[in-house]
Write a protein that binds this ligand. Structure first.
Ligand code: FAD
Length: 302
């Protein structure tokens, strides 16, 4: 039976809203098609704070965490990884299939927030929030993740590289629900590195961050991926710089890739870091990450 509740939380400075736990996507779709302002609820880490601050005033919160399949995690060595939208970020730290086959996701998730926040935060809510410093986006972009989305008009797939449109803007329509994310399978000899610089040790106030991934095919280092955070209005890949690293990159080619990245970012001043500092930080982080990936892949046995 669908759970409904009227929550009045004026005592904790939240406006009243109706809490609804739909049992199917079709039922969720009926609420989304109605006149009342609706927000989807994942872990609530961001959404509840925004309701508390008055930035969002939904009449209905649709808790999508209990929809069928939303907590599924499935890995297949040919088909890759399917992560339901309600899987929490702590699973990316603890899940064996993630540690073994998507180590960059594991490495990044370990740094993201705290176990308490990660236990609540969902994959769907984190991607949909679309912060320019969303750390989950970096490994997801490197692994060519694809968002699977449902609405009453049907299903569609959005590659993550086309998902972020700008500052907290995504390609999602207002009535669309992320159901799961798919990551293709990667060869065993894949290696990735995530590096970030923040003002606070707990990760808040990001200056810049970068994730780099590639794999080794015979002597060639190929399928380079570079994702950057904090230096533009969205998390983004830099495909031209990735292309400059194909093969077995020389120092000059690494310099060339870094130069391309510098041309394609648009950092802005923040009260805790000037734009030119963010630019310089990214350059250092990225050079370290690229050199780490080259060294690790070249030291793997053929
Ligand atoms: C104390 C704290 C520390 C943090 N530290 C970090 C950090 O170090 N690094 C970092 O990257 N982030 C950090 N964050 C941000 C955190 O990662 C996000 O708040 C969180 O991941 C959002 O996920 P959620 O499931 O809680 O989303 P919610 O708050 O529930 O929802 C966020 C948005 O997504 C929408 N949504 C939810 N589910 C879906 C769905 N299935 N389909 C479509 N839309 C959906 C909601 O309607 C809402 O608009 C921190 C947050 C807090 C509160």
């Amino acid at each position: 039976m669908t759970r409904h509740a009227f929550i009045s939380m004026e005592t904790v400075f939240l406006k009243s809203f109706q809490y609804i736990r739909p049992e199917s996507l079709e039922e969720a779709g009926r609420f989304l098609a109605g006149d009342a302002p609706v927000k989807l609820l994942g872990g609530g880490n961001t959404l509840l704070l925004r309701i508390q601050s008055g930035e969002e005033e939904p009449a209905i919160l649709l808790d999508v965490k209990h929809l069928p399949g939303f907590k599924d995690v499935r890995y297949h060595h040919n088909q890759g990884l399917k992560l339901g939208a309600a899987v929490n970020l702590q699973h990316l730290v603890m899940g064996l299939e993630i540690r073994r086959h998507y180590a960059l996701l594991h490495q990044t998730a370990q740094k993201l927030a705290s176990p308490q926040v990660r236990n609540r935060a969902t994959i769907g809510g984190t991607l949909a929030w679309a912060s320019p410093v969303s750390e989950l986006a970096a490994p997801m972009l490197c692994y060519d993740a694809v968002c699977h989305v449902w609405s009453s008009r049907g299903l569609r797939e959005i590659p993550l590289s086309e998902f972020y449109l700008g500052d907290f803007q995504t390609a999602l329509a207002g009535d669309e629900i992320i159901t799961h994310v798919h990551l293709p399978a990667f060869p065993n000899r894949t290696y990735g590195v995530y590096r970030r610089q923040t003002v606070r040790h707990d990760g808040r106030r990001m200056i810049a961050a970068a994730a780099v991934l590639a794999y080794r095919r015979q002597q060639a280092l190929t399928h380079w991926r570079i994702a950057v955070l904090g230096v533009d209005d969205r998390p983004k890949r830099i495909p031209e710089a990735e292309a400059a690293l194909e093969g077995a990159p020389t120092e000059e080619e690494v310099d060339r890739a870094l130069h391309i990245v510098q041309e394609q970012i648009h950092p802005v001043d923040a009260d805790y870091a000037r734009a030119d500092y963010r630019r310089a930080s990214l350059n250092v982080l990225l050079r370290q990450a690229i050199l780490d990936v080259i060294q690790q892949l070249q030291s793997m046995r053929s």
